[in-house]
Design a protein. Structure first.
Length: 364
């Protein structure tokens, strides 16, 4: 049985537990996760005994090569996805079908409900996303490869920094280097933020030059075989001030405490608290306003979440970011982020970019 068939079996078990017969999967990432299909604009109808991919003429070859173990229906170009789905659901004669509330529009859901009055359409949230929390060996290897590509790219960028380079130039070069090292591209638009710009957690790269201030924050990741990495480092490019040293070491120690707390059975909110309390005790509590981390996989922000309101347990196979930060308006910010795998007996930090303060100092 393929890993995709195993995932569909787990989905069927969850649907059965919820008293639902079938599911129409409309989120593209979830379609790929359950089938291996590499295209887009396609749905997946998961029935009790078989699965059907609904697509169009453009993807006939991809379906044959990517997912030979499932049935397919190629809809005519004049037929909508909703209409094609309606026909298949009617033909299957199933009493209930789960819909993905996060990806199907209200109009599409209403059209299906009107066309299928005898079927109980159940709007659900995050059923497949919850299955995606636990990575298998192949997924973990792809994330390792994404980490490797991102780290090699950063090594090149860091070694070639000059005072005249702008945030935009460096962000562009990061993506180029990631592709040079085998990545499909970046996980997201890279953040390169000089000085005060680093006080914005999701700053947009601009024309600010590296040499215009004493430090710069980098947040980047690679897409490798559709799996993603996410790393942040803050480096010193000018004078090392006492203030920067205090903020940096506070963030670093907070991160190390949180990583140490990661293990199977650990409560996610308590992992968040390990970092948050350290930052608060140092007097910077109100300057750390986001959650500690999030899951990564085929999407850059997925389940689980390391946050103060997440009172659930970590499990082996989860991969999470750990990214505390301190953001001081008008001065700048420091964030340090690593990708961490929950193992059977603890954790493994997948990222290895040096992060001691002395490693963060770069001579331009």
């Amino acid at each position: 049985m393929s890993r995709f068939a195993q995932r569909r079996r787990k989905l069927r078990a969850e649907l059965k537990r919820q008293g639902i017969t079938a599911m129409l999967v409309t989120d593209e990432l979830n379609v790929t996760y359950l089938s291996g299909f590499s295209g887009d604009s396609s749905y997946l109808l998961v029935l009790p005994k078989n699965t059907i991919i609904i697509s169009d003429f453009r993807y006939i070859s991809e379906i044959q090569s990517d997912c030979p173990d499932i049935d397919s229906v190629i809809r005519p170009s004049v037929e909508s996805m909703v209409e094609a789905s309606r026909k298949l659901i009617n033909k299957a004669k199933v009493p209930s079908v789960a819909l993905e509330g996060n990806s199907l529009s209200l109009g599409q859901a209403e059209a299906l409900a009107e066309a299928l009055p005898s079927v109980n359409l159940v709007t659900t949230s995050s059923i497949v996303e919850k299955l995606r929390e636990i990575k298998d060996k192949g997924e973990i290897q792809s994330i390792r490869n994404a980490v490797k590509a991102a780290q090699k790219a950063f090594e090149v960028i860091k070694a070639s920094l000059t005072a005249e380079q702008t945030e935009k130039e460096i962000a562009f070069n990061l993506e180029h280097q990631i592709r040079q090292f085998g990545g499909r591209g970046t996980s997201f638009d890279p953040i390169v933020a000089v000085g005060p710009q680093a006080a914005l957690p999701h700053a947009q790269p601009g024309e600010q030059r590296i040499g215009d201030d004493n430090f710069c924050l980098f947040d980047w990741g690679a897409d490798y075989d559709r799996y993603l990495s996410d790393i942040t480092r803050t480096i010193v490019t000018g004078k090392l001030t006492a203030k920067f040293e205090k903020v940096y070491n506070t963030v670093l120690q907070a991160q190390l405490k949180a990583i140490k707390a990661i293990k199977p059975g650990a409560i996610m909110s308590k992992v968040d608290a390990a970092a948050r309390n350290h930052i608060a005790n140092a007097g910077y509590g109100k300057y750390f306003g986001h959650s500690l981390g999030h899951g990564i996989g085929t999407f850059i922000h997925e389940f689980p979440r390391l946050a103060s309101n997440q009172h659930v347990l970590l499990e082996p196979g989860m991969v999470v970011t750990v990214e505390p930060g301190i953001y001081l308006p008008g001065w700048g910010g420091v964030r340090i982020e690593d990708d961490v795998l929950v193992t059977k007996d603890g954790h493994e930090v997948l990222t290895s970019v040096p992060k001691k303060l002395e490693d963060a100092i770069v001579e331009l």
